[in-house]
Design a protein around this ligand. Structure first.
Ligand code: NAP
Length: 486
């Protein structure tokens, strides 16, 4: 494919990785993958059949049988070899990511590092997969609790972090001794396939890590219908997560769900405006506004409103929009036309309900998949932007008067993934941190991602945690051994 120029061309795979083999669909069907910046076709991946998916399940079962027998140290060593190869080929992985997802190259490089950090964290955790002993109820009896891998697991991942959303799951699964079948998003399969190529080169045994592509509902149904699959970890929209959770009920499969959000970003009168603006840019404009933890609603207290809005528009005017391969660009295109239309709809709806355009080009003037950063204020809380994720570079400001009002507005959403607030009063900081109904509360900080910390949401934002020692627990089952005495 002329569109893809890599230092190691073997990393560009147009086949799926199943049971240590690179396979195409049994009927030869394929799916085109395009570059969202240009619309050009980058390449094609297989649209696997149900029989192919069954083959992946059988392979993952065989892989699990071998992987679980290895020591934690042996597994960790192979994972760290995989990490070394990711680092060695960082530029190629970043290139594939920018090609298929559009994000600026610097962000793609950063994502390779972030993705690798999960492999390192979980490889280290593998050796600390401790059980426990419990004082027995009877003389001579012994109670021991062991932690065991759940078995064959599945990861279904989104397009916005094509590498990190995979390693956050695969790192935990592999460290715990599980095998995994990964179904990446249709828009971004090449990053996942490159990671599988490197896993093979690292010597991770056949069947332990498998990557399949094709019709998402069919793949989801086939995997959840199999009693061999013992766990599903999904990152994506709440609508699809809800459907998959229901499907997992058939075989009582364990489920982890990392779903959508609608993050409030609260700026109180006593905040440091410069710090708040710095955090706002980091939170709102990472991946051009396409992250699940992006600030979606800026709740700003009236006493600081004008200063914050003025400083934010100045900082936004310094953002550089361009092709992801332009090293000067820190904002790029959105993933597709539907994403552009969503920003346009949220913008129009807010203005129809009384919001004021403060700074930037109207999303209605978008060219191709490029939407320019735009700032609006006096947004009414019944606007769509306050109810749904925008997933684009629209900064919407909602002024408020009191702390109670801010907390009520922040929690007035079915979602509960991340929230942010800026304040200096220590009593207020504790009160607000306690009151916010989100799995993550970021205080005077705009960028909190860290593999050592538990990431996840409450309410309609999901179930379970990824990263940290809790991330590995999601891939284990406890076994209680009760040994009687003589
Ligand atoms: P999506 O439409 O839900 O897709 C996510 C994944 O699910 C893709 O691989 C997709 O495959 C697959 N899928 C779609 N329908 C399916 C079905 N019926 N059965 C099985 N799999 C199915 O979400 P997205 O648009 O890719 O991602 C954006 C969403 O992810 C946002 O809501 C964002 O907030 C959320 N997200 C959450 C986190 C978090 O950690 N909480 C992180 C990142 C993103 P196809 O691509 O082939 O359709």
């Amino acid at each position: 494919m002329p569109a893809v120029t890599l230092k190691a061309p073997r990393l560009f795979r147009e086949a799926c990785y199943v049971g240590g083999q690179w396979i195409t669909a049994d009927n030869g069907a394929t799916i085109d993958v395009d570059n969202p910046a240009t619309g050009d076709i980058i390449g094609r991946v297989p649209s696997l059949s149900q029989a192919d998916i069954q083959q992946a399940i059988d392979s993952a079962q065989a892989g699990f049988n071998e992987w679980r027998q290895m020591t934690a140290q042996e597994r960790a060593d192979l994972m760290l070899r995989w990490l070394d190869l990711m680092q060695e080929h960082k530029e190629d992985i970043a290139t594939l990511m920018t090609l298929e997802q559009g994000k600026p190259l610097a962000e793609s490089r950063g994502e390779v590092d972030y993705a690798g950090a999960f492999i390192r964290w979980f490889a280290e955790e593998a050796r600390r997969n401790y059980g426990e002993t419990i004082p027995a109820a009877k003389r001579g009896q012994h109670i021991v609790v062991t932690r065991n891998p759940v078995g064959v697991t599945v990861a279904i991942t989104p397009w916005n972090f094509p590498a990190a959303m995979i390693t956050r799951k695969a790192g935990a699964a592999l460290a715990a001794g599980c095998s995994m079948i990964i179904k990446p998003a249709e828009a971004t399969p090449f990053t996942a396939l490159a990671l599988a190529q490197l896993a093979e080169e690292a010597g991770i045994p056949a069947g332990v890590l498998n990557v399949v592509t094709g019709d998402a509902p069919m793949i989801g149904e086939t995997l959840t219908a199999s009693p061999v699959v013992r766990k599903l970890s999904f990152t994506g929209s709440t609508a699809v997560g809800r459907k998959l959770m229901a499907q997992c009920a058939q075989n009582i499969q364990k489920v982890s769900l990392e779903l959508g959000g609608n993050a409030p970003f609260i700026v109180f009168d006593d905040a440091d405006v410069d710090k708040a603006v710095e955090g706002a840019i980091a939170s709102k404009f990472r991946n051009t506004g396409q992250t699940c933890v992006c600030a979606n609603r800026f709740l700003v207290q009236r006493g600081i409103h004008d200063a914050f809005v003025e400083a934010l528009s100045k900082a936004m005017s310094e953002l550089v929009v361009g092709d992801g391969f332009d090293e000067k660009a820190n904002q790029s295109c959105l993933i597709n036309k539907a994403a552009v239309e969503k920003v346009q709809t949220h913008y129009k709806d807010a203005l129809d309900k009384g919001a004021r355009h403060v700074w930037g080009e109207s999303p209605n003037d978008a060219k191709g998949n490029y939407v320019q950063p735009v700032l609006i204020t006096d947004v009414s809380h019944d606007s769509t932007v306050c109810k749904e994720e925008t997933f684009g570079p629209l900064a919407a400001v909602i002024p408020f008067d009191t702390e109670e009002e801010a907390i009520a507005l922040a929690n007035d959403t079915p979602y509960g993934l991340a929230s942010y607030f800026y304040a200096r009063d220590i009593h207020r900081i504790w009160r607000v941190a306690d009151a916010l109904e989100t799995g993550i509360v970021s205080i005077n900080e705009g960028a909190f991602s860290n593999p050592a910390a538990p990431f996840g949401g409450v309410k309609a934002s999901g179930l379970g945690r990824e990263g940290s020692r809790h991330g590995m627990e999601e891939y284990t089952e406890l076994k209680y051994l009760c040994m009687g005495g003589e």
